[in-house]
Structures are given as structure tokens and as C-alpha cells.
Design a protein around this ligand. Structure first.
Ligand code: URA
Ligand code: SF4
Length: 213
């Protein structure tokens, strides 16, 4: 797969709503990740959701279900959103990359972070979703989502919980969100030895996003 081609762009429909995007996503060959995944995982939620939450990529369970955030990280995220006072109905959930990247160890599929070129290749899908939903606020979970939007120099630790503007020059949108908040990925909280503390900090960052709504 060449690494300097147009990525997903040739497969992304210019017109139509979220259902049209979802249908077209199944044909995407914008990078190599479609080959081993079960299916692509589109975003889920209302087209008029004021908040879009962006994760990294589908995990093992999301790959099987075809839906984002249905596994352990999703459950932790839902709990944290609740605690931050964000109702589920106002959230559209999606990922920076739409196919699961993994390596196999025996029968197990082990998550592997997408390469930078794969994130870039998948970018047109995220942008197309954001164009359709046109949310007020975007929350970026972890470095993959953070860098997909703000660029490779973003460090989550340096900006987490801050209200930032949408980087319009990097990613043009007709109706850009008013606020972008980056925080840690819920999977990192699950793996952390200081889980309680990290969970509390995640809720605090999500509360910043809630206040911007
Ligand atoms: N982690 C993510 O980043 N996204 C999902 O959909 C599930 C787990
Ligand atoms: Fe297309 Fe994204 Fe899947 Fe790559 S990961 S094939 S760019 S949908």
C-alpha cells in the first residue's frame, strides 16, 4: 500500500447523511486495515448530537459488533460521561480509525495502535462525520485522536482538560466546533496502576467539555 496516496478520500461520499457514509465505509480501501478486520466500525449516535467523542480505533469487541465503544473501555467511558453530567443521547461516538488493527498471539487478537499514515488515511471519514453532525464540542480521547486533529506534535499531558479551538487550517469544516477538549483514553485508565485517580481526572476533563456545551 502506497503511503502517500489519497487515503480514504476516494471512498467518502460528498453528499448524503450519516447512513450514506456508513454504507460507503464498507467499501473503503484507503489503507490496509480492512484486510484483517471483521468489518469497519462507523460512529454511532444522533446526527444532531452537540458532542462528538473521538476514540482511537475499534477494539476486539467493537470489531465483532460493528459498533463503537461496546467493550470495557466503552463502559468506563459511559460511566465517566454520566458522572460529568453528559446524557448519552447528546453524544455521537466515533474513532479516528474505522478498522481494528491487531496482531495475533495464539487465538487472541492483541490491539496494536494504528500507524500515523493509517490515521491520516482514515482522516476523511472523521471529517465527513464531523461535517454531517456539526457538533458544538469535540472530545478527543488519547494521543491517536488528539494527533489526528491537532497534528503529530500534540502531547495529551500538556493540553488535557483545556478548551482549544478547532484547527480550521489543518481540517477545514463548514461549521467547526466551538471547543475541542483532549483527555486520556479510557483504555489507559483501565490499565493504570493509579486507576481511581486517573478516572477522577478523566471525569474532570469531561466536565470541562460539559461546561462548553
Ligand atoms: N477504544 C476506542 O478507542 N474506540 C472504541 O470504539 C473502543 C475502544
Ligand atoms: Fe479505510 Fe480507515 Fe479502514 Fe483504512 S482504517 S481501510 S482508511 S476505513
Amino acid at each position: 500500500m502506497p503511503r502517500d496516496d489519497a487515503g480514504a478520500a476516494p471512498w467518502v461520499p460528498a453528499h448524503g447523511g450519516l447512513p450514506a457514509l456508513r454504507d460507503a465505509l464498507h467499501d473503503c480501501r484507503g489503507c490496509d486495515l480492512w484486510e484483517h478486520a471483521t468489518q469497519p466500525v462507523p460512529g454511532a449516535g444522533a446526527v444532531d448530537a452537540p458532542l462528538v467523542v473521538v476514540g482511537e480505533q475499534p477494539g476486539d469487541q467493537e470489531d465483532r459488533a460493528g459498533e463503537p465503544f461496546v467493550g470495557p473501555a466503552g463502559h468506563l467511558l459511559d460511566r465517566a460521561l454520566d458522572e460529568a453530567g453528559i446524557a448519552r443521547e447528546v453524544v455521537y461516538r466515533t474513532n479516528a480509525v474505522k478498522h481494528f488493527r491487531f496482531t495475533t498471539r495464539g487465538k487472541r487478537r492483541i490491539h496494536e495502535s494504528p500507524a500515523r499514515w493509517q490515521v491520516a488515511a482514515c482522516g476523511p471519514w472523521l471529517l465527513a462525520e464531523l461535517e454531517r453532525v456539526a457538533p458544538q464540542v469535540v472530545v478527543l480521547l488519547g494521543a491517536t485522536a488528539g494527533q489526528a486533529v491537532h497534528g503529530p506534535s500534540l502531547r495529551v499531558g500538556a493540553v488535557r482538560g483545556m478548551v482549544m479551538p478547532w484547527p480550521l487550517e489543518r481540517l477545514p469544516l463548514p461549521e467547526p466546533p466551538e471547543a475541542v477538549v483532549t483527555t486520556v483514553h479510557p483504555s489507559a485508565v483501565l490499565r493504570s496502576r493509579t486507576r481511581e485517580q486517573d478516572y477522577t481526572a478523566l471525569v474532570a476533563d469531561l466536565s470541562v467539555a460539559a461546561a462548553a456545551l
